[in-house]
Ligand binder design. Structure first.
Ligand code: NAI
Length: 331
């Protein structure tokens, strides 16, 4: 099995090469370039490509991959909103993903963002470095005894619910398909109730047509005054302009975002020497109560090992002609 690996970072290569020792039948070639319609033809001669969250796996790319003879797209991530599954199916290309490599990695990062925003750790860090030991602007509130609202209670949302319970929070949950493992741990309510009662709202549902701009002017209006919003799921769950409007209206205590709408050109790139034009991200960052991280929720040692292992397992399962629960686009 020959796989062309797109958008390779040093840590990707390390984790996949370590895993490959257990899968000698897999051949991996690494490209720095990300998968786009222009780079898809480079996959000629490979059975599979391996792509990630910022890859363009839309219609044009998928058709170019088909032309190149690719039969399998291995997504080394859980989300697959950037993949045109319909076209993949029509082109006879199977799409596989890694659904649950380490839910705790993302949930722990969600709580890290919530805590950092609440206690203004980003400001405290800078202040103390400048010998400013005053506490102005750092006042937070106890999570203990407050209410956390978890939107989407699959693997990551359930892990976040458990963490919030560990902090002594009441947990409200909203999901189109409730998770029985949270019985006795979280109370399922409708979205309006969750937003109206939660001091911390954490988003963990996938990006779909139904969840696009789930947090917008109307739903922000329904949120409790002074709540913290955390998004570690996908940027487009939140309508950024409306979030900015809400922050300006002092609706939020703060926001912690690991993902945001215009992240695609930024994700995992060092753009520190560039002048960024017309960036709403820059506007968000101008607020003292907003913290943004660069899609690093998944980024733990354990998660990288699990991603590499499952991706190579997926490749071999495909080669054996098997379909498993990681298969998205059945050909
Ligand atoms: P999952 O599939 O286990 O859970 C998703 C949950 O969302 C399910 O329970 C589903 O019923 C629910 N859901 C679907 N549509 C909904 C709707 N309209 N309203 C409310 N709930 C809805 O997925 P998992 O593993 O928990 O991941 C969640 C998301 O986290 C992924 O889709 C991905 O976008 C994001 N993610 C982010 C990472 C990061 O590094 N920041 C890493 C991994 C995933």
């Amino acid at each position: 099995m020959k796989i062309l690996f797109y958008d390779t970072k040093i840590y990707d290569k390390e984790s996949f090469e370590a895993a490959r020792e257990r899968y000698p039948q897999v051949e991996l070639e690494y490209l720095k370039a990300d998968l786009t319609p222009r780079t898809a033809p480079l996959a000629a001669g490979y059975q599979a490509v391996c792509a990630f969250v910022s890859s363009d796996v839309g219609e044009e790319t998928v058709r170019a991959l088909q032309k190149a003879g690719v039969r399998l797209i291995l997504m080394r991530c859980a989300g697959f909103n950037n993949v045109d599954l319909k076209t993949a199916k029509a082109c006879g290309i199977t799409v596989m993903r890694v659904p649950g490599y380490s839910p705790e990695a993302v949930a722990e990062h969600a709580m890290a963002l919530a805590l950092a925003v609440n206690r203004r750790l980003h400001k405290a860090y800078v202040k103390v470095r400048e010998n400013d030991f005053s506490l102005n602007g750092l006042l937070g509130f106890n999570f203990h005894g407050k209410t956390a609202g978890i939107v989407g209670t699959g693997k990551i949302g359930a892990a976040m619910a458990r963490i919030c319970r560990g902090f002594g929070m009441k947990v409200l949950a909203y999901d189109v398909c409730p998770n029985p493992s949270l019985e006795g741990m979280a109370e399922y309510v409708d979205l309006k109730t969750l937003l109206g009662q939660s001091d911390l709202v954490s988003l963990h549902c996938p990006l779909t047509d139904d969840t696009y701009h789930l947090i917008c002017r109307d739903t922000i209006r329904e949120m409790k005054e002074g709540a913290i919003l955390v998004n570690t799921s996908r940027g487009a769950l939140v309508k950024t302009d409306d979030l900015i409007e809400g922050i300006r209206a002092r609706k939020f205590f703060g926001a912690g975002l690991d993902v945001y709408e215009e992240e695609t050109p930024n994700v995992f790139e060092d753009r520190s020497e560039q002048i960024l034009e017309s960036s709403v991200t820059a506007r968000l960052l101008s607020f003292p109560n907003v913290i943004i991280t660069s899609h690093q929720g998944f980024f733990t040692r354990e998660a990288l090992e699990a991603i590499a292992e499952t991706t190579l397992e997926n490749a071999l399962a495909f080669q054996r002609g098997e379909k498993n629960s990681n298969t998205l686009g059945e050909s």
